[in-house]
Design a protein around this ligand. Structure first.
Ligand code: HEM
Length: 347
């Protein structure tokens, strides 16, 4: 069977591709930064709690419900842009994963409930029960991340979709050699940024021990992630690997910029400077998100290119979107102002 026959026809775009692509990369980077702060700090806090020191787990646990809400909300935005640009790949892979994919919703609800229950029942729960609850919530996040990596890789491989005809239910992309290094690359990155989040929290709470612990996690995890990143790079199909090794100038440049960013982040981390580390970390995540965007385009090139998508040049909905975006941001700024003012008054 020719896998191309399984790819639905691309829907026309109302405005040129680039607009959606920029928004996809930007919102994805924000999503990943929030996810990292949540998952990484929750994992580090839990490890500490299991060694008998629950203070850090309590402080990061307080931030977990809002961080989870922000991760999910900033996940919706790239999901919408992804569906506009790559819906004919991503919808198919989502459907093929079946129950594995659908389970993400109840699993995330368990994570939410777990973090809320731990936050509000902290004093009344024993350490054992509390750690178990935090471990269940963390496993739910790890599951969700794994499903996303499965979906994001399966959508790139129409030749793997034919498994549908022999599999008895939904299936995962387990035979893809890039799956594990790609997933680990995101998870080790989460430990690094989670550490940085703890250091920044320590800075605002004037807790030097948090700054020291957080910066150590940030620096070491980023060093390990350089190795995991190379493993991921080497696991790519050879023609794509060569494109990142000079075959495509822009792709090679963004990968190089990401590596320089990671190097600078490690230097700032070794100097125990959370603010500079945060700046380099954000830049690195942005460049890595761009690199990942190139990777997707290279994988899909045999089946589909951005230029082949018809554009209808109907700008009215785009202007409406921009209007709501600016209006929404203004309203959010106003709400933040009211909130901060009321906090000052209470203090
Ligand atoms: C809170 C738990 C979550 C975790 C740990 C998580 C983790 C991840 C990871 C690791 C990736 C990258 C996958 C890869 O490329 O291999 C990813 C991508 C993505 N996530 Fe999340 N995610 C979470 C929740 C969500 C939710 C609830 C949504 C949607 C409502 C979402 C939407 C997305 C989208 C659309 C992408 C891909 C964007 C793109 O391809 O440019 N995520 N997420």
């Amino acid at each position: 069977m020719n896998p191309a026959s399984l790819i639905p026809v691309a829907e026309p775009l109302p405005i040129p591709w680039g607009w959606f692509d920029i928004l996809l990369v930007l919102t994805f980077a924000v999503h990943i930064l929030f996810m990292n702060a949540l998952l990484g700090s929750a994992a580090i806090g839990l490890l500490r709690a299991m060694k008998g020191d629950a203070g850090l787990a309590r402080d990061v646990g307080d931030k977990a419900p809002p961080l989870l809400a922000l991760t999910i909300n900033f996940g919706v935005a790239p999901l919408l842009f992804l569906q506009v640009l790559y819906g004919h790949f991503d919808y198919v892979s989502s459907v093929l994963m079946g129950g594995w994919w659908l389970a993400v919703i109840p699993v995330l609800m368990v994570a939410y409930y777990g973090y809320y229950a731990a936050k509000f029942g902290w004093e009344s729960m024993g350490a054992g029960k509390r750690n178990l609850l935090l471990a269940v919530a963390l496993s739910c996040l790890l599951y969700t991340g794994f499903m996303l990596t499965n979906n994001m890789t399966l959508m790139l491989l129409p030749e793997a979709w034919t498994e549908y005809f022999t599999a008895s239910g939904g299936f995962l992309n387990l035979s893809d050699p890039t799956l594990l290094p790609r997933y680990l690359h995101f998870m080790v990155g989460a430990l690094a940024v989670g550490g940085l989040f703890i250091a920044l929290l320590g800075r605002s709470k004037e807790r030097d021990d948090y700054v020291a612990t957080g910066m150590t996690w940030f620096t070491r995890a980023t060093m390990v992630n350089l190795l995991v990143g190379f493993w991921f790079l080497l696991s790519l199909p050879r023609p794509i690997l060569l494109l990142f090794m000079g075959g495509s100038q822009p792709a090679t440049m963004v990968l190089l910029a990401s590596l320089i960013g990671a190097g600078m982040a490690i230097v700032a981390g070794l100097r125990k400077d959370p603010v500079k580390s945060a700046l380099w970390a954000v830049l690195t995540v942005l460049f890595m998100s761009l690199t990942r965007n190139w990777l997707r385009a290279f994988y899909l090139a045999p089946w589909f290119t951005a230029e082949s998508t018809p554009v209808t040049s109907q700008y009215s909905s785009f202007y409406l979107f921009l209007g709501f975006l600016v209006g929404g941001l203004g309203l959010m700024g106003y709400m933040m102002k009211l909130y901060l003012r009321s906090r000052e008054r209470r203090a």
